[in-house]
Design a protein around this ligand. Sequence first.
Ligand SMILES: Nc1ncnc2c1ncn2[C@@H]1O[C@H](COP(=O)(O)OP(=O)(O)OP(=O)(O)O)[C@@H](O)[C@H]1O
Length: 302
Amino acid sequence: MEDVIIVDQLSKSYGSTQAVNSISFSVRKGEIFGIIGPNGAGKTTTIEMLEGIRKPDGGAISVLGLTPHKQLRELNKRIGVQFQATAIQKKMKVKEALDLFSSFYKTNQKDHLIALLGLHEKLNANFEDLSGGWKQRLTLALATLHKPEILFLDEPSMGLDPHARREMWKLIHVLKEEGCTIVLTTHYMEEAEKLCDRVAMIYGGRLKALDTPENLLNEIPVHYLSFESKELEYDFLISLPSVVNVDVENHTFKLLSDDQQETAYYIFKYCHENNILLRNFRFEKGSLDDLFVHFLEKEQTA
Ligand SMILES: Nc1ncnc2c1ncn2[C@@H]1O[C@H](COP(=O)(O)OP(=O)(O)OP(=O)(O)O)[C@@H](O)[C@H]1O
């Protein structure tokens, strides 16, 4: 499949902070590509360099064959960037914002987007009176008015409740079905798992993994054990061989382990010898959240 973005050894520092450190990846036409990582990982810096609003210190970027920071005008005709809600005047009506932004383009798909995003009922509302979910819908519409080939979304569901977040995912999917390539950042791992075709996982400015969410979870051995116990203690569990991380809440433990069989053996042996009751013992497959914990723990112990 055709690559619409090619990033080669991209780097960016702010003073002594290396925000992005020699990252390379490609984005395929038509996919939803997620850049994921915790706060401060370098996601925003990376996406802003792709959008051409931040100049790299090193490396090369090609977006639709253009060098973003050097060919910004041409690029902006072909890409869409979702503004932060703060970029829109509070008293501006939804209709006014749509008309204003439409006037920037020779052709636009305003009416199609109003229907697609269900904006009819809010056209006369002031921007400041919209809920977070509707504000995000409007900024999504403004970014896609000119039918961009690539849409960049920085934390598109930040601050949305779970229902509004799912609605946002559906809309992003529809835009993909209409042929748009979508690059988004998120620190919600569930969003990456449910929404993205492929994800680049970055941490400390470096690329740690790049694959489909499914392959990442299958190929990297992140599995955990979960069980309930009122008697087992954190210190004992974290000291067991192969255990990478232990979370506990209301006597429910979640153990991240590199070798579930071995860890389970030690837990059962200890409980048997000490007459300790275990409830709801389960072998579970990890999520992308667990994968992150795994990387972080490995790094800290390295
Ligand atoms: N304008 C700036 N000046 C100085 N340091 C910055 C600037 N922007 C980002 N940084 C630093 O660069 C690093 C990467 O920041 P960046 O915003 O790209 O990460 P992020 O993954 O988007 O984080 P978040 O999810 O918190 O937005 C962080 O250490 C951050 O403090």
